[in-house]
Design a protein around this ligand. Structure first.
Ligand code: ADE
Length: 302
């Protein structure tokens, strides 16, 4: 964050509404001085307190600050916090603007991704997770709504309100990083069985969500679907999902290796050194150069 130069709401012209949450609204905002476009997340202090989300908002700012400070030039796949300030009524987070919106809307528009596009975007999300996890951060709510697309159609992971910064204490021998959490976080369709059942926090929970997202970009729908959250949870715990006909064989194999109930059995869960080598080497991704994806022109989705 550029701490040396303070901003206030008077430095921006606020435009159209581009997102909404339970205590915040996101507006397109133009900085008057630079004419630069941002996404301004405006959080009502009153609603934050009323909905008991103070911790969530503080966490989100903390994680974005860590990501700004630990910028990885080969994994620039995160929404950046440019400025943070407050008025009497609101908190303002001035974020990089992702012109092409949510991955979810793109999936809805195109139906499903061709093989080249599906593997490319899987690779970008994996690079983002490698970087996030190397900073000891678990996202815990990774889903297509929280993956935005910038002006060049590269991904930017957003929404760190459910994230957890793990301390390397009480660690588990196998997966390196397990602690216990007290409350359900995340979104029903993408939540991992261990978060649901034992409230364990581990990096591999994001690998489960990655498996759900790969399934969705290849087929158009998430793997676990039902009328109610309760029935979705039941399907997740029973690993009750099916592949539609035409699902790419290599993507199917990768999804099956990520959607494993035991977190330590997921592909990548035992990898070390900031790289998910076993996922990188999977046939669905092996043709990609994951360290230069950010320099490539993303494939046009057909
Ligand atoms: N909606 C929420 N955050 C956004 C961002 N940073 N860019 C575009 N749309 C958004």
């Amino acid at each position: 964050m550029q701490k040396q130069e303070k901003r206030t709401e008077n430095d921006f012209i606020f435009g159209k509404l581009i997102g909404e949450g339970s205590f915040s609204s996101v507006f397109l905002a133009k900085e008057i001085r630079s004419k630069h476009e941002y996404a301004a997340k405006i959080c009502s202090k009153h609603l934050i307190a009323q909905e008991k989300k103070i911790e969530q908002v503080l966490r989100e700012k903390e994680v974005m600050t860590i990501l700004n400070q630990a910028e990885n030039k080969t994994a620039p796949f995160f929404v950046k916090l440019a400025y943070a300030f407050q008025s009497d009524a609101n908190l303002y987070f001035i974020l990089s603007y992702c012109k092409h919106g949510e991955l979810l809307d793109l999936i809805k528009t195109v139906g499903n991704f061709d093989h080249e596009s599906a593997s490319f975007y899987t690779g970008e999300i994996l690079r983002g997770l490698e970087h996030l996890h190397s900073l000891n951060i678990v996202h815990r709510d990774l889903k297509p709504e929280n993956i935005l697309l910038d002006d060049r159609m590269h991904i930017k992971i957003s929404d760190f309100g459910s994230a957890k910064i793990l301390e390397k204490v009480e660690s588990d021998e196998a997966t390196g990083d397990l602690l216990r959490s007290s409350s359900f976080v995340g979104t029903a369709q993408y939540v991992s069985p261990e978060l649901l059942q034992e409230k364990k926090i581990c990096y591999a929970s994001d690998l489960w969500s990655l498996g759900c997202i790969i399934y969705q970009i290849v087929s158009g729908l998430p793997p676990f679907r039902s009328k109610s959250e309760y029935l979705i949870f039941k399907s997740i715990l029973a690993l009750n999902y099916e592949f539609p006909s035409g699902f790419f064989d290599d993507a199917r194999d990768l999804v099956q290796k990520l959607l494993v109930l035991d977190a330590s059995g997921r592909l990548g869960a035992r990898d070390r050194g900031g790289r998910y080598c076993s996922v990188r080497n999977h046939t669905f991704l092996a043709h990609l150069n994951l360290d230069t994806l950010h320099l490539e022109t993303p494939p046009i989705i057909t």
